[in-house]
Design a protein around this ligand. Sequence first.
Ligand code: SAH
Ligand code: SF4
Length: 402
Amino acid sequence: MGSDPADVTRALPLLAMPAAGSRDPRPGLSGLSGEQVTTWLEEHQQPGYRAAQLADHLWSCAAQSTPELHTLPQALRADLAADFRVTTLVDTEIRPADNGLTQKALHRLDDGRLVESVLMRYPARGWRRARATVCISSQAGCAVGCPFCATGELGFERDLETSEIVDQARFWRHWLAGVGQRLTNVVFMGMGEPLLNTDRVLAAAEALTDPSRFGLGARHVTISTSGVVPGMERLIEERPQYTLAVSLHAARPALRDVLVPLNRKYPVEEVVDAAFRYAATTGRRVTYEYVMIDGINDTHDDASALARLLRGQHAHVNLIPMNPVAHTPWKPSSTERTEAFANQLRSAEIGATVRRNRGVEIGAACGQLAADRAGVPAPAAVARRRQVLVDQSASALARAGH
Ligand code: SAH
Ligand code: SF4
């Protein structure tokens, strides 16, 4: 899913705009709970309207499109606009891919930050109904700093508000309505680490699954984490039925320290243990994401270590060929190596799927447009960064006994 930065900049004028801006103090409408909306409406009662009716109406509008708010009484609209932002996405640029089945969006927030979301449409096939999945961002940038990830390279900018998260899904829901389709799935696989912004992410997921708001089935909402154990514990305690995806990328601790630096804080065994408990308490199968990097984490020994780590788990592994990014020296594993790795897992009775084109691996594309915004780093800086990664991975591989 690589892209020529020059093309992107031409296609996306947002990239050329300055980042500075001030935050609008009004909360976003879509971050409010149904109860909060009802309370607000009670305080702004209009003759002839009951609060519950209005709440219904408001949610169907808020979840679909701004212009529909115009069917509300004018005084109420003015009150709403005084207290809330109807949408938190100041501007959006869309770029199609895969003959229009994939659409990538770059959203500009009120402080000039840019975040990405991606829509993937899957036509109906056989008994499978058509699906439309949106991959959304939970933070601007990310503090975890996985070296194969474009967002990680940006560093952390800020957490997104609940409404900024929900509005990405809302944007696509409206877009889909325009082509007569429905939003069926949401995955938190865009920019950022959802479980480092847990309160807002859970509030957004609740809005997406609340029948009176977005009404998605909880199982159709996937939260992907690089392994923030306290956030996973919270999911276990609160028991929502969301699908949990864990970004593993390496089973051997020394290598995972390099590929997912959060491993130094939350070691892989603790992450897998928390995922195991999530599966046990919710009955939901956990998905593990594993980005295949040529010669780094794709060997026979890596597959054996992964099989040992996941033995007896209610789990499934998605193998995702690494999407090349400028600052890394690494390449995606070959198709043959990836298939051999998958077969090795299967013979250890661990389900494995190779993700080739789109789907979960679209996370790879997320962060790339915004990374382009940061500009092309000086060649010397890229060369230094690559050398550090070569050295780090070589010493990790030596310690892991490659
Ligand atoms: N921070 C969360 C969710 C966002 S990243 C997490 O890490 O799980 C979503 C997925 O995209 C993760 O599995 C991540 O490892 C993957 N990803 C990031 N960069 C990638 C790349 N260059 N190639 C392939 N997958 C990538
Ligand atoms: Fe952050 Fe996920 Fe990218 Fe790692 S892969 S840097 S956790 S967004």
